[in-house]
Design a protein around this ligand. Structure first.
Ligand SMILES: Cc1ncc(COP(=O)(O)O)c(C=O)c1O
Length: 474
């Protein structure tokens, strides 16, 4: 990487972009794995989702807008449930798939998840409230979080959620007291930190030891937490939980995590005489954001994980616990693109004598902060028309007062991209709306769900009044 006085970000792309980025033979072509399943480029050159042209979506709902393919979301939820259910059927009677609600949560997605027969995982009282208000069965809800408040824990106990994943000694004590006060037994899993470095961004890797989540296996903290739970009459230990991070593409890291988790599971059987009935291997299955990414289908992941768990349990002579997993991104992420309108186009001379075309759109880091937060890569396409212009190296940026307000760092777009064009950024279904904010008082976009030729708003656009709702006039 060349150095640059304005920082590395300014120097990496060079004339032809990063090494993984290839100039496409046809700049209008869509790489299928990046796009929701019902997206195609229609005869007039504009993208359509489930038969609805993006031009019609922009006209009716405005831009920016998150556009979600309901059938894509549902089909991925179904695929995970079927794949894991089938892969573990012979080992432990099946597996439960918890949709990680943090990826994207609204009442519509809760309904889709419920109808597709999944469970759901939440990590705050707010997420729990949405899921409850959408009428999701409490027994199929799991609650996570490294610092759940008394109120959140009480709400979960009162609701009768199926499992609470404990994350600290204080929480074990708090939960035990709350459950005892109510005369109930809370079903508890213990979150482990298994010491696996998943090859992902540091802020989304969660199982190396130097971080806030879970009880480290190393040094005996996890075994001590298990003893503390077992000693509480108002807590029922149902199993161990491990989540090693996000955007993981192979089963190797899960293999190490499963082996270590099952190691403690077996020790618990020896020490406490307890055959824990459940084991959760977390989420984190990767998706394609750009042509660099080639995720495994759920059936392949599930088969790989079933083989690992089966082998490990046989080797240790233990009964296979009922397995659960918690995909969020892999269900919600690929179902959605964000639709923007181009406002300005600015060619900028780079120091190597090449040019980068800055394409500024009507959203930015308020509707998708992942590039700014995680240095995440995205791709995009010109969405309202086909173009025969030569491709140029472009950077899609937002309208916020930050030079780091970047949505797509590097992409080839047609050289005639101009104000008024529509740009679609795929794979924004997870951690875009859910991490959205109103920086610079830019209202958050709506979520438009498309199904079978019909588009409808499932989360409305924020208004100027919404922006002022919490502002107390004194
Ligand atoms: C405990 C837990 N489970 C599941 C997930 C979902 O991860 P992903 O959306 O990458 O599948 C997360 C994400 O942070 C998590 O913390």
């Amino acid at each position: 990487m060349r150095t640059h006085e304005a920082g590395a970000l300014h120097a990496v792309a060079g004339a032809r972009g990063p090494t993984w980025l290839r100039e496409p033979a046809d700049v209008n072509a869509l790489l299928p794995r990046l796009w929701p399943r019902n997206v195609e480029r229609g005869p007039d050159g504009s993208l359509t989702m489930a038969g609805v042209p993006v031009t019609a979506i922009a006209e009716r709902f405005g831009t920016p807008a998150y556009v979600v393919d309901e059938d894509d979301f549902r089909s991925r939820a179904r695929e995970f449930r079927t794949a894991f259910g089938n892969a573990f059927a012979g080992l432990c009677g099946g597996a439960d798939v918890y949709y990680a609600a943090k990826a994207f949560l609204c009442r519509a997605t809760v309904r889709w998840v419920a109808e597709e027969g999944l469970h759901i995982d939440v990590c705050t009282g707010g997420e729990l409230a949405v899921v409850q208000r959408a009428g999701f069965p409490a027994g199929r809800i799991g609650l996570h979080g490294n610092n759940k408040s008394e109120t959140e824990l009480a709400r979960a106990v009162d609701a009768g959620v199926g499992r609470i994943v404990v994350d600290s000694q204080q929480e074990i004590e708090r939960l035990a007291r709350l459950a005892a006060d109510r005369g109930v037994k809370a079903r508890v899993m213990v979150r482990l930190t298994v010491g696996v470095e998943a090859h992902t961004h540091e802020y989304i890797a969660t199982a190396h030891e130097d971080q806030k989540f879970g009880f480290p296996l190393a040094g005996g903290a996890a075994a001590a937490a298990v003893r503390a739970v077992v000693a509480e009459p108002s807590l029922e230990l149902t199993g161990l939980h491990s989540h090693i991070g996000s955007q993981i593409f192979d089963t190797a890291a899960f293999e190490v995590a499963a082996r270590r988790t099952l190691g403690l599971h077996a020790e618990i059987a020896d020490e406490h005489g307890l055959a824990l009935p459940e084991l959760d291997l977390g989420g984190g299955f990767g998706i394609a954001y750009t042509s660099q990414d080639d995720p495994l289908p759920p059936a392949v992941l599930a088969a790989g994980m079933a083989e690992i768990v089966g082998q490990e349990c046989r080797a240790r002579g233990i009964k296979v616990p009922r397995i659960s997993v918690e995909p969020g991104r892999a269900i919600a992420g690929p179902s959605t693109f964000t639709l923007y309108e181009v406002g300005t186009v600015k060619p900028v001379e780079l120091d190597a004598g090449s040019t980068r075309t800055y394409v500024a759109v009507d959203g930015g880091m308020s509707d998708n902060i992942r590039a700014a937060l995680y240095d995440a890569d995205y791709s995009c396409t010109l969405a309202n028309r086909r173009s025969s212009a030569a491709a140029v190296l472009a950077r899609v940026v937002g309208k916020h007062c930050e030079s780091g307000d970047i949505l797509v760092k590097d992409e080839f777009l047609p050289g005639d991209v101009r104000p008024g064009d529509l740009i679609a950024v795929p794979a924004t279904g997870a951690y875009a709306r859910s991490l959205a904010n109103t920086y610079n008082h830019v209202p958050r976009p709506p979520v438009v769900a498309v199904h079978d030729g019909q588009a409808r708003v499932v989360v409305r656009r924020e208004t100027e009044d919404d922006l002022l709702r919490f502002d107390v006039d004194d």
